[in-house]
Design a protein around this ligand. Structure first.
Ligand code: SAH
Length: 362
């Protein structure tokens, strides 16, 4: 097939990895196939992670031919892996149209967390985030969000498997709501990747309609909100979308978010020297979060030449944490991982970044 005709085909026929199981079932029935075929195909795509119809050996030949003619299966390709001294791996991934995103694997004592992206770039322009400097190239499709798990999984040695997923890579998941929700359904589906929803965390800058949508979806995934400021005046400056969804509205949506028993939602708070790290900020934060079952994750700013802020001293970070804890608010300091390879929070950006120290994947 020539490049042009394969591109046309890509536009015309659906990518089966974009479908949730109910959607695939409906689509297969439309082709005159029995509904249970959808379950078989879904298992091939996500559990056995096979993308070639000819390898789906329990499907009748005629069914495989129908699929060849009417569908495609996309994959997310690993282009390069950079490994940090602390065991974190940053993966450069390529999408079918050549756009590139990043994902991070973070090993801890008894867990292996995959940090995945939801958009190529981001439109929200938070002043302290490097991804923001890329602008938004495009949204990811469900196949590309969930497909990152397949790509990451294939780089792991036997015996290792991903235990937790955080949507904390590039992009704002709730600005790409429909695709994100579908991808979550694929990740959770028993016939799919079968992740417990509690082990999946969606992190948002605070898009209120998205938080309410996620609440209504009943998916039961964990929520993290990147708060980072305690007054609208400051938050308007650091996180421009605050002008649309100010603190009062945002925190009300958080209060209304359904939490399973004994679970807490997370508030991320990026600490910047002289900007939001004072004792008055800490006291205001305690007040704002009163009545919300939550914990605060303090993230000392990761610095970059493009970012006009500085990281506070360790002493300042710990003093901030102490004030929260004395007031009964659980607060942890996120130890920065993968800093030496720019894999840390807010550092993911693929535009024109040199890959000199990268070991390429054969
Ligand atoms: N858009 C979503 C998902 C991205 S998560 C969100 O904002 O939550 C990325 C996390 O890294 C967010 O908590 C963000 O506040 C944080 N972050 C962004 N820039 C950072 C930086 N320079 N240093 C430390 N954390 C940063």
């Amino acid at each position: 097939m020539t490049a042009v005709s394969s591109e046309m085909r890509a536009v015309q026929v659906p990518d089966l990895r974009d479908f949730t199981l109910p959607e695939l079932t409906e689509w297969m029935t439309g082709l005159g196939e029995p509904p249970y075929r959808a379950g078989q195909i879904f298992r091939w795509l996500w559990r056995r992670q096979v993308g070639e119809f000819r390898e789906m050996t329990d499907l009748p030949m005629t069914c495989r031919q129908v699929l060849e003619a009417h569908a495609r299966v996309s994959t997310v390709a690993v282009v390069a892996i950079q490994s940090s001294q602390d065991g974190t791996h940053k993966l450069l991934l390529e999408l079918p149209d050549g756009e590139r995103i990043e994902a991070v694997l973070i090993p801890e004592a008894r867990r292996l967390t995959a940090c995945i992206s939801s958009q190529v770039g981001c439109a929200l322009g938070c002043r302290f985030c490097l991804t923001a400097t890329m602008g938004l190239h495009r949204n990811l499709r469900p196949a590309e969000i969930a497909g990152q798990l397949v790509a990451l999984g294939k780089t792991l040695g036997s015996g290792n498997h991903i235990t937790h997923i955080v949507l904390m890579g590039m992009g704002e998941p709730l600005a790409n709501y429909t695709a994100t929700e579908k991808a979550l359904r694929i990740l959770i589906a028993r016939e799919g990747l079968a992740f417990s929803p509690r082990r999946i965390t969606v992190s948002t800058v605070g898009l209120v309609p998205g938080i309410r949508g996620l609440a209504r979806s009943g998916l039961g995934v964990s929520l993290a909100v990147s708060l980072t400021a305690t007054t609208d005046e400051l938050r308007d400056r650091l996180v421009p979308i605050n002008r649309r969804y100010p603190l009062r509205e945002l925190l009300q949506a958080c209060r209304d978010f359904p939490l399973p028993p004994r679970r807490r939602m997370t508030f991320e708070y990026v600490l910047m020297a002289g900007i939001n790290d004072g004792s008055e900020d800490a006291h205001r934060l305690v007040k704002l979060l009163k009545g919300i079952r939550c914990k605060v994750n303090l993230i000392p700013l990761n610095e970059a030449p493009e970012i006009p802020f500085r990281r506070p001293s360790r002493q300042q970070v710990e003093a901030f944490q102490k004030i929260l804890e004395r007031a009964g608010t659980i607060a942890t300091i996120r130890e920065s991982r993968g800093e030496d390879i720019s894999a840390a929070c807010g550092m993911l950006a693929t535009a024109e970044r040199p890959l000199d120290s990268v070991c390429s994947v054969p």
